[in-house]
Design a protein around this ligand. Structure first.
Ligand code: ADP
Length: 553
């Protein structure tokens, strides 16, 4: 028995918890070794004293007296306290309390207090808390800068979109005037000047292409790329694109080797956008290949649902580190000239927009694109392999008004009619536009085939429409005073002008503008800049459509 007591007291003495036993009057009766260390005080100095000056609440602002009061009432069994040892840094301890003994009158109450040092744990918890706070702050900063970046990117897209539309108006004049000179005045002007005009005309075409590419990029970025899907034979779309490009690769001795699978399923997609995809991939392959090299094009069904296209060239290759970036808008690794070697000639560089449009178009069709290349090495042709996977039946949404406008744009772009046969008809065209340059060009182009009446304001236009009952009315949507849409509505509401074909002009191709144009009752939409030929073509189409409608009435 004696041995057991000794053992127990030794355990209590050396247990790694500071134990202090107090009596009912709160004075210390016993302290173990660790308690001595925690209080940094010899136990006989603690005996008979209270702990008033060296213990207080942690996190709960209570004095030792308050804490004890609660302990005695049985309200507190466990609490964190601050210890203030003599001549040492404060410690944070977890305090557990239990009654060791006592009678009913609380005369001999003895309470054991067990202090466990949690200073380190608290310190770590505090650090974690601090780090958490910092991370939360960083997170909110990231969210903010993300939102700012998004805003800047939106502003950039908007700016590009507006700037491109603005560029289209002056381009109309450059293109229109140079077309007129090239088509009608070759004999009248000096041959040197004529060549300059031809190069202005080509430059205008190139600029028009860049402006259209920028508009495509902004459409893709703003998720406004609408499609007109139809069942397509991709093999023939690819072949047509190769034919179109033949003038660029044949003279450089480049040969396309096509391996098109015989069992290709039809693909449901937008033809014009697919042409854009093939043309961009093929022309890049041509651009970055040496003269007299091969380009392989493979088209095969991966399975029932997917079509795989590979365009493989044996050209300069693309560094691994650049392979992701080349699909970003405006990204160019370097000009083709810089990559070229002494014995190889490359065609000039581009605008860095092609692949980003290709990627946007493919993703809009539910597919994906990637490139494989062993990198670009000096004086070595490592080649590049572009892979495209497209779902055969992608779920493409499209809306009627936009598609209607797209069809119109495409008719303008692709199917220019020979107008010379119909020149003896001379129908009357009413042209309502406040843009003097546009009027001038239209007058010069149209005079040969049509009688032209011009109005510079909406009000005059309306009066002339009722007076002359023109065969076709062309007008700008933005007019001072009475705007184009209102004029159109008025004309449609009157018996004598109800059936006159009406087409709007505008520098804009924005969706709401196109919708407004059709909603007001117009038949067609002409996007500036238009060429003289397009304008004539458009008018004949409107006239023929009207004739057809009259025949079937
Ligand atoms: P660009 O109009 O400059 O050709 P793209 O967006 O089509 O713009 O291509 C971006 C860049 O990717 C190009 O500037 C070129 O450096 C690189 N690139 C694209 N296709 C090839 C290819 N077939 N071989 C080597 N480099 C290529």
């Amino acid at each position: 028995m004696h041995h057991d007591v000794l053992l127990l007291s030794r355990i209590i003495e050396y247990i790694p918890v500071g134990i202090v036993v107090i009596k009912a009057d709160c004075t210390v009766y016993y302290a173990n070794l660790l308690a001595e260390q925690l209080f940094n005080c010899a136990r006989n100095q603690l005996y008979g004293k209270t702990l008033d000056h060296c213990v207080s609440g942690f996190n709960i602002h209570l004095s030792w007296g308050d804490i004890l009061e609660r302990i005695f009432k049985g309200e507190l069994n466990e609490v964190s306290v601050i210890l203030e040892p003599v001549d040492r840094d404060v410690l944070i301890c977890k305090l557990d309390v239990f009654y060791v003994g006592g009678d009913e009158n609380q005369q001999n109450t003895t309470i054991a207090l067990m202090f466990r040092d949690i200073t380190q744990e608290e310190h770590i918890a505090e650090q974690i808390e601090k780090k958490n706070l910092e991370m939360a702050k960083m997170n909110s900063e990231l969210i903010r800068s993300n939102a700012e970046l998004k805003k800047v990117s939106e502003m950039k897209s908007n700016f590009l979109s507006i700037a491109s539309h603005e560029l289209k108006t002056p381009l109309t004049s450059i293109k229109g005037y140079s077309d007129i000179i090239i088509d009608n005045m070759k004999d009248k002007i000096d041959s040197g000047v004529f060549r300059m005009i031809e190069s202005i005309n080509r430059a205008a075409d190139r600029l028009h292409k860049v402006v259209n590419s920028i508009l495509d990029v902004t459409r893709i970025e703003q998720k406004r790329l609408r499609l007109k899907p139809e069942m397509l034979d991709l093999k023939s779309v690819a072949m047509d694109c190769l034919d179109e490009l033949s003038q660029f690769y044949i003279k450089r001795g480049i040969k396309f080797r096509c391996d098109f699978n015989d069992n290709m399923p039809l693909f449901y997609g937008d033809k014009m956008r697919m042409q854009q995809m093939f043309t961009n991939l093929f022309s890049n392959a041509i651009k970055y290949s040496p003269d007299n090299s091969f380009i392989d094009v493979v088209l095969f069904p991966e399975n029932e649902d997917r079509i795989h296209l590979v365009v493989k060239d044996y050209g300069i290759g693309i560094d691994k580190s650049e392979q992701k970036n080349i699909f970003d808008a405006f990204y160019e690794i370097g000009s083709a000239y810089r990559h070229s070697t002494d014995y190889t000639k490359f065609m000039g560089g581009g605008s860095g927009l092609g692949l980003s449009i290709v990627k946007g178009v493919i993703e809009r069709h539910g597919g994906r694109i990637w490139v494989e290349s062993d990198g670009a090495k000096e004086n070595e042709f490592t080649g590049s392999e572009f892979h495209v996977v497209l779902p055969v039946q992608s779920e493409i949404s499209w809306d009627d008004d936009e598609t209607k406008a797209l069809i119109i744009e495409r008719v303008e772009d692709n199917e220019i009619m020979d107008t010379n046969e119909q020149t003896d008809l001379k129908p009357t065209i009413l042209f309502i536009d406040s843009d003097k340059e546009a009027i001038e060009i239209a007058r010069m182009v149209l005079e040969i085939a049509f009688d032209i009446i011009v109005a510079e304001t909406g009000e005059t236009g309306l009066t002339l429409a009722f007076e002359h009952k023109p065969s076709v009315i062309l007008m700008d949507s933005y007019l001072p005073g009475l705007d184009g849409y209102r004029i159109c509505r008025i004309l449609r509401s009157q018996e004598e002008t109800r059936d006159v074909p009406i087409a709007f002009f505008s520098a804009g191709t924005q969706n709401d503008e196109i919708q407004k144009c059709f909603a007001s009752g117009a038949d067609d939409f002409i996007v500036k800049p238009f060429s003289g030929r397009e304008l004539v073509d458009k008018i004949w189409r409107l006239l023929m459509k009207k004739k057809e409608e009259e025949t079937f009435k």
